[in-house]
Design a protein around this ligand. Structure first.
Ligand code: PMP
Length: 401
């Protein structure tokens, strides 16, 4: 690009570099699973959202291939025009049955589900109260809606109540919105208490089950099931792209909510329907999650093994390399470290030792951290070896600056 009009991009990138905030992609090759190849070298993958190991399951691949052979690769248009197939409806019905709700709507991604749903439900006369650690797509949806948006302290029901008491009566509608499992921390929202406040202050509640779906609850349907809230009035959103190993997002709840979204959510109306392959893979995944609870059992055994080992490692560490292990109720385990430069250094050292973990820094999160995600398909030896490498890094301490 030669025009001077674009020069500011260089300056902006320089600022990003100086703050250690520059992001770049790394290429992972081979079949999705606990061991993959990164830059030509085998790595044990602790950075994936494929919690149940379904993205590489041959049954999902077979379902996707069969769908392509039957319907083709693209769905060819918006669901309201040429893009709706019986397969979409089968998936929506499977989600409805699994969640015990009245109806569901499938979007082309979880991001689109969040921005479309919030912007369809809320407007300039309304109030959105959001947990301060909500996912970016919930924040974008809230901004897009034109509603007044206020955040409450992370997981703090007393702060939420204070804000409701002060603000609720000034607005037409109010929506409380929260992740169920927080994606960059791994802890759970206090959903029953939030729902009690919503009843009292006449609010809607939307919960993002991106990281709860397939993982939590006896039937694996998510945190809403796990926390005993299936019968409460609620807007449940989730993704097909994490434990379900496919792509897409869903919203499920009351029939009139879903019918309204089909008529009012721009990111569903004006985008091409989910591909037949992704739809069929997600449908196959829901069947597996419902019929193979042993996958979830395996996942939780692995989570407990890693969580216990990390607790011991950090408690016994004599250097200040790892600050703390964040509280978690999920396969997302985060080790806080002092700063962005340290987390990048540790991430590179881990990759060099054959372990892929996510090094996450501000502004994505308030404090720098190594984010480790556990899969049902990890072997106990993968976890043991990771902890050994982390132990060596802890002994080495912080890099010299
Ligand atoms: N919500 C949360 C909490 C997420 O973590 C993500 C994905 N990182 C999304 C929504 C967006 O989902 P998708 O990747 O399917 O667009």
């Amino acid at each position: 690009m030669s025009s001077a009009a674009y020069d500011w991009l260089h300056q902006s990138l320089n600022t990003i570099h100086k703050a250690h905030w520059h992001r770049s992609v790394r290429s992972l090759d081979g079949m999705a699973g606990p061991v993959m190849t990164c830059d030509g070298k085998p790595v044990v993958n602790f950075a994936s959202n494929d919690y149940l190991g379904l993205a590489g399951d041959p049954r999902l691949a077979a379902a996707a291939i069969a769908a392509i052979q039957t319907y083709g690769t693209g769905s060819t248009g918006s669901r309201l025009l040429s893009g709706h197939r019986d397969l979409h409806r089968q998936l929506e019905q499977a989600i409805t049955n699994w969640k015990g709700t009245e109806d569901a709507i499938v979007f082309s991604s979880g991001y689109l589900a969040n921005i479309g749903t919030i912007s369809a439900l809320m407007g300039s006369r309304d109030l959105i109260l959001a947990d301060q650690y909500n996912h970016s797509s919930l924040i974008s949806g809230a901004k897009l809606s034109g509603a007044t948006v206020q955040t409450y302290q992370h997981g703090d029901v007393a702060d939420l109540q204070r804000q409701l008491e002060q603000q609720r009566s000034r607005y037409r509608r109010c929506l409380i919105v929260t992740d169920s499992v927080f994606s960059m921390d791994g802890d759970l929202c206090p959903l029953p208490e939030i729902l009690d406040l919503a009843d009292h202050y006449d609010c809607m509640v939307m919960v993002d089950e991106a990281h709860g779906t397939g993982i939590l609850g006896t039937n694996g349907s998510g945190a809403v099931e796990y926390l005993g809230c299936r019968d409460r009035p609620l807007i449940q959103m989730g993704t097909l792209s994490k434990a379900l190993g496919s792509l897409g997002g869903y919203v499920t709840g009351a029939a009139h909510l879903i019918d309204y979204l089909r008529n009012r959510a721009p990111s569903w109306i004006y985008t091409t329907g989910l591909t037949p392959a992704d739809t069929a893979a997600a449908l196959a995944a829901i069947h597996i999650v419902q019929t193979e609870p042993q996958r979830r059992d395996r996942l939780w055994q692995n989570v407990r093994q890693l969580q216990r080992s990390l607790q011991t490692l950090i408690a016994e560490s004599t250097t200040n390399c790892f600050t703390s292990l964040l509280p978690s109720d999920s396969p997302i385990l985060c080790i806080e470290v002092p700063d962005a430069a340290t987390v990048m250094h540790l991430g590179q050292r881990l990759t060099g030792s054959g372990f892929l973990v996510s090094a996450v820094r501000p502004p994505t999160v308030p404090t720098s951290r190594l984010r480790l995600t556990v899969m049902a398909t990890h072997e106990p030896s993968h976890i043991q070896q990771l902890v050994e490498v982390l132990g060596r890094l802890a002994i080495a301490g912080l890099p010299a600056t």
